[in-house]
Design a protein around this ligand. Structure first.
Ligand code: NAD
Length: 271
């Protein structure tokens, strides 16, 4: 039997949504998958289903990431692919981009939570993994940002700004280490049918909570996960799971001011 290309993988936020689909795909390919999530019981359920390892992890805790990497490599060997997939978004409050509070899930400071989980967690994972991967001369770092990291999401300034930062950090990683054997990929999906966009049926069924919700452009987590793994293994940096995002990015790049006017009109329409 052919050896799997990825023998050991870590997926943060692997307990639900896109992360869970990534875990299933990697396990299906023959990898030992570490399902790491702040929701420990969800991580355990997914790990049991795929024969992986479930771990409680808060990605905003650098020491916890370092400890996880050390433990896993000691017990199971080198981590070939580390996917920083966990992410949070809360929505702007009533006053828009300048709001201090969040919308759907008010917390003390949604900017701080978004910064820690959407950006610093990627930095922490890279700090833990890059020296090991450089020594081995290979490895994959896959960082989930969002189309909001290229185009901005109407109604969530903290999410948009931190996802832009995540794209920028991944670019730096690729520039600094991409020619030393570390394949860096940044994932920028548009809508995916998960709890993040209010699809509440997050049952543990293989349907991934999609429930036939065919709203324009929404993709199933399973389809998104397949594109992510295929393209990461092919060595692609920018993984655009939704083809229309390529067109939007090209339009934005060709005339930024015109793009802002278009977004203003789109926002009015949404309101
Ligand atoms: N769903 C979409 O439309 C969409 C679009 C673009 C990008 N994304 C990104 O995809 C990634 C996965 O999101 P999803 O749609 O599957 O959402 P989800 O809410 O279904 O899953 C997110 C997972 O991250 C975990 N998580 C949250 N905070 C954590 C922390 N501090 N430490 C560890 N785990 C934590 C959650 O418990 C959950 O299992 C996120 O980075 C998100 O920003 C999602």
């Amino acid at each position: 039997m052919k050896e799997p290309e990825i023998k050991v993988a870590v997926v943060t936020g692997g307990g639900h949504g896109i992360g869970r689909a990534l875990c299933r795909r990697l396990a299906n390919d023959g990898a030992l998958v570490v399902v790491a999530d702040i929701d420990e019981s969800a991580a355990s359920v997914v790990a049991a289903e795929i024969g992986g390892v479930g771990k409680a992890l808060d990605v905003s805790d650098e020491k916890a990431i370092v400890a996880l990497v050390e433990k896993i490599e000691k017990a199971h060997g080198p981590i070939d692919m580390f996917i920083s997939n966990a992410g949070v978004g809360y929505g702007d409050g009533a006053s828009g981009a300048i709001s201090a509070e969040g919308g759907m899930h008010p917390i003390e400071d949604r900017w701080d939570a978004c910064w820690q989980v959407n950006v610093m967690a990627h930095v922490f994972a890279a700090r833990a993994m890059v020296p090991r991967m450089l020594q081995r001369g290979h490895g994959h770092l896959v960082n989930t940002a969002s189309a909001a990291g290229l185009l901005s999401q109407i109604g969530d300034s903290a999410y948009s700004a931190t996802k832009h930062a995540a794209v920028g950090f991944a670019e730096s990683l690729a520039i600094d280490y991409g020619d030393a054997g570390i394949v860096v990929s940044v994932v920028c999906p548009q809508a995916v049918a998960t709890r993040m966009i209010g699809i509440e049926d997050d049952s543990e069924s293989m349907e991934g909570g999609f429930r036939g919700n065919d709203v324009d452009g929404i993709m199933r987590p399973e389809a998104v996960a397949d594109i992510i793994i295929d393209e990461a293994l092919a060595g692609r940096f920018l993984i655009l799971t939704h083809p229309q995002v390529t067109t939007y990015v090209q339009r934005k790049a060709s005339d930024h001011d015109r793009w802002i006017s278009g977004m203003q009109r789109f926002r009015k329409k949404l309101l």
